[in-house]
Design a protein around this ligand. Structure first.
Ligand SMILES: [Fe+2]
Ligand SMILES: [Fe+2]
Length: 158
């Protein structure tokens, strides 16, 4: 699989996973203990092992291509800003996971984070990937120029 194909299939996986978390969040009850809630642990692990490496891959291989052929600085800045804001939301989410109980704030922040993540993946699927394919004549989806191999973090790398 090429980098673009990998990113695109990960967007689908992220969207499906996030949709399932939204429904889990909807079932949490304020005051319920957060400790050891398996779906939340799963979400934290997923952010560390799949989403953050995915962001890194995009920032190192695909986003720079936006600046290399024509001026797509606006889209580049927008996507980088999305990543920055999402990372801020992840940090807040991790912090809230250490609290004892489910609060309204926890449900709201988690829901916002998940929604923003889904919207970001959709933006990349609809705008970024088609544009990069067009710019580099990759209708057949050849490997990206200079794309390094993808290295995902190991399970104990958190
Ligand atoms: Fe992204
Ligand atoms: Fe992405």
């Amino acid at each position: 699989m090429t980098t673009l194909q990998i990113l695109s299939s990960e967007h689908l996986a992220v969207t499906q996973k996030m949709e399932s978390f939204i429904s889990i969040l909807g079932k949490l009850i304020v005051g319920q203990s957060l400790e050891g809630t398996p779906p939340l642990e799963d979400l934290r692990t997923f952010i560390h092992r799949a989403i953050l490496p995915h962001f890194d891959l995009e920032e190192k291989t695909v986003f720079p291509l936006l600046l290399s052929k024509q001026d797509n600085r606006t889209l580049y800045d927008e996507l980088m800003e999305d990543h920055r804001l999402l990372k801020e939301q992840f940090a807040l989410f991790f912090e809230l996971c250490h609290r004892d109980q489910v609060t309204d704030e926890f449900v709201k922040i988690s829901t916002d984070m998940i929604t923003n993540l889904i919207l970001h993946a959709r933006k990349e699927d609809r705008t970024l990937i088609p544009l990069v394919r067009r710019l580099f004549g990759m209708e057949g989806d050849e490997p990206l120029p200079h794309a390094p191999p993808i290295i995902y973090s190991k399970p104990d790398d958190r």
